[in-house]
Design a protein around this ligand. Sequence first.
Ligand SMILES: [Fe+2]
Ligand SMILES: [Fe+2]
Length: 287
Amino acid sequence: MSSVLKEKSKQKTPASFPVRRMDYEFQDMPKYWCNNEPTFTHYFTGLSTLFPEGESYFVRSVRALRAQVKNNEQLDRDIGAFIGQEAMHSKEHHAFHQCAQQYGLDPESLEKMTGIVLKAIERTFPKKWNLLVTVGLEHYTAVLVVEMMKDVNELMTDETIRNLWLWHSVEETEHKAVAYDMYQYLYGKGLAAYIPRIAIFTFSLAMITVLSTLYQVVLLKRDRQLFNLNSWRKFMHHGREKYKVFIPKFLDYYRFDFHPNDTDETDIVAQTKLKLGLNETSHHLVS
Ligand SMILES: [Fe+2]
Ligand SMILES: [Fe+2]
């Protein structure tokens, strides 16, 4: 095959999932858009402030090793689509924080804090470990978004914010295996790949739990709702029920033969796409 033909056929390899361009407008958001409660709202706002810098870090960690994956055409295309989706998530969550600023809680300061933490990790860790933080947090996200699509979204009283979380959830499910497959492609499936995988996952899980809780507390304090015990009681009850679902799913990651596609979310994703009015063809070209 001539090099021109080769190049053309390469360009035609579709990614397994699309990159959707979104542009949500959040101006009309209410103050307490989740369950009409400060604890719920600030938990999800705090989680959201991890995304712009967090997802940029994921993109950098994948890009740092992408050159070594180039001869796996499908995986390379899917990495391209992964980068496209995560970049769009960063942009939309940032737009959400800018609008949330109308209530004076400065969520952008938490974005900055996340950036400082992640840049310190990035400088300290080798590329393999940075990729593993991404792989681990992609599993964390993949677990959370199933519950988001199932029923958590119904707590969100603002339609635009609900759509933001649902769209993000669909895409997290679509690309949940990309970073994992990249890791396996580069480092294999043996014990030498397994041990750092679970060690960095444990670290990442602790880090995201600490940061998301800390951010919720900071936002509640800024909102003078930190001692709203009635709101805390409702949040704790909800959290306890959800963690009964999350913990076994987090633990799945510790299985030696774990793979993100061991679980199948086709039905819930199809229902969510319908809810969002997303209908599209199954072939996607991305760069
Ligand atoms: Fe994302
Ligand atoms: Fe992701």
